[in-house]
Design a protein around this ligand. Sequence first.
Ligand SMILES: [Zn+2]
Length: 143
Amino acid sequence: MFTKNHYLLTQEVCRRALAVFNMPQLHFLPMRKQADQINTKRGYVIGRTNLKTGLITIDIFTPKFRKPKAIASILRTLAHEVAHHQKPPYRSRFRGHLINRCHYPVFYRQVTRNINKFKKDKIMNYPTASGWGFRLSYYVRKP
Ligand SMILES: [Zn+2]
């Protein structure tokens, strides 16, 4: 798939995906262009979210070869980032230090719930080779 199409497709799919949450402050942008190849040994960011502005950015290319990432994989990341708004981080004590707890059991349950929400959505839920996905024809108009 062409890179330009991949940008447009992911923006359309994520716009639709965010609509199922009824949280108008949330908006999606593809992550700004990163270096052609990312050093995957040191870990890398696949998505981030701003809890104040509601902006969610996701890397829409694979880390190593910078190929368009599968939509199902982008949606899984989106479900994770949206969960940060639904189950916000909280401060807790750990060995005498105050730490921010971001990824806790209730948070992960919310991620699963979000993915199930996509599966129940009439437009988002369209069987694909990877198990679940989206109705491609809805987003890409035939010439
Ligand atoms: Zn996270």
